[in-house]
Design a binder for this molecule. Structure first.
Ligand code: FAD
Length: 355
């Protein structure tokens, strides 16, 4: 027996698409609530990170949300915020499948204690035979550093803090980042802003053809290769290129998406390029993506010298009782679904071999 407050076979950390998919497959495989598995989530309500997405991100603007296993998303109203609709869908899912989701439980560490992994929040701990970590990226917005950043007199925010276009009415805004969030937000607030500048490190990769399964598979394969090599994953979405929709075409024609190279430094009044040109700004919006939220795994020392966690499928090579789902190649709603199932299949085999 460990000194933990609770004993269970499997702890799932996180109740987003990835954690719920894993929970569904655990339930189907016959794991009982609480003694067999438990899902710990630090959100206030159902919805994973979707609940925090800005209200102007309506369902019609997202790439597409894949059904959770066993329950169709249906055809909800595309003009409603994704945050609301997805939260309702996830709540329904948790209730229909009677999933043991405990919230808010903030997992701060996973440690080893003999045959068990101990999952701890500030108030309770669980001893588990296997752990599925499905904590996404939302809690780790990435802010790059540039010279002079701390001197900027205006407002700096990350896309994770964006609440809607009114934030920028009458403002001069620099948007940093080459992903689809940068493009979407620019198109959304540029008509209200006084001026905008879009800067990216690399020229944006526009894709004229509609999204195809081949593109998706390619993107996932690139990220998979990185995590198998123990390198930090890039986001799947960041390697799928930017779709040229009719809306994007119009924004390009209007000059809203005229991209500039990365500036050289930040001053109190704006940003300056190496050639001396400048853009006076009230706001810098960092649309610079997210990193995996895996600080709670630090005590396990599973990071490789390359900075990432070496994976074989969803299994962590240095700790086979630990699976990461929604991480690297499975960081999309469809990838999260598959990863949840794959992790449970392996964990069943592992636990059977122990008995
Ligand atoms: P999340 O939804 O982030 O869930 C993680 C859960 O873990 C959260 O509930 C969080 O509260 C919890 N958690 C985190 N840390 C802890 C902790 N220490 N203790 C306890 N709980 C914790 N993908 C698509 O397929 N289609 C799209 O259209 C799409 N649009 C996107 C738009 C944006 C702006 C972003 C940022 C991402 C988008 N993605 C999209 C990616 C997609 O949202 C995720 O890859 C997918 O939802 C996977 O979810 P997840 O379960 O891994 O993570």
């Amino acid at each position: 027996m460990s000194g933990a407050d609770h004993e269970t076979d499997v702890v799932v950390i996180g109740a987003g698409q990835a954690g719920l998919s894993a929970a569904y497959h655990l339930r189907r495989a016959g794991f009982a609530n609480r003694s067999g598995f438990v899902v710990l989530d630090h959100g206030k309500r159902a919805g994973g990170a979707w609940q925090y997405r800005w209200p102007s991100l309506v369902l019609g603007k997202v790439h597409g949300i894949h059904d959770l296993p066993g329950m169709a998303f249906g055809t909800p109203d595309v003009t409603r915020p994704a945050s609301e609709v997805v939260s309702e869908y996830f709540a329904r899912f948790e209730s229909v499948y009677d999933l043991p989701v405990l919230r808010p439980v903030d997992v701060q560490s996973v440690t080893r204690e003999g045959e068990r992994l101990i999952v701890s929040s500030p108030v309770e701990s669980w001893a588990a035979r296997a752990v599925i970590s499905a904590t996404g990226t939302w809690d780790r917005p990435f802010w790059p550093r540039y010279p002079g950043q701390e001197t900027f007199a205006g407002r700096q925010l990350h896309t994770a803090d964006y609440t809607g276009p009114e934030d920028f009415r009458g403002r001069r805004v620099v948007v940093v980042g080459g992903g689809s969030s940068a493009v979407q937000l620019l198109m959304e607030f540029a008509p209200l802003a006084r001026a905008t500048a879009w800067v990216t490190r690399r020229p944006p990769a526009w894709r004229d053809e509609p999204f195809s399964e081949d593109w998706g598979r390619n993107a996932v394969a690139k990220v998979d290769e990185r995590v198998r090599a123990g390198l930090p994953p890039e986001s799947v979405v960041s390697v799928t290129d930017l779709a040229v929709t009719p809306e994007v075409r119009a924004a390009r024609a209007a000059g809203i998406l005229d991209r500039r190279p990365m500036f050289d430094r930040i001053t109190p009044d704006g940003v300056v390029w190496a050639d001396g040109s400048r853009f006076d700004a009230d706001v810098i919006l960092w649309a610079t993506g997210f990193r995996a939220a895996i600080d709670h795994l630090a005590p396990l020392h599973v990071r490789e010298p390359g900075g990432g966690i070496r994976m074989d499928g969803t299994r962590v090579v240095l700790e086979p009782r630990l699976h990461l789902v929604g991480y690297g190649p499975s960081a999309s709603t469809i990838g999260a679904n598959r990863a949840g199932r794959a992790a449970v299949t392996e964990i069943r085999t592992l636990l059977r071999s122990e008995r």
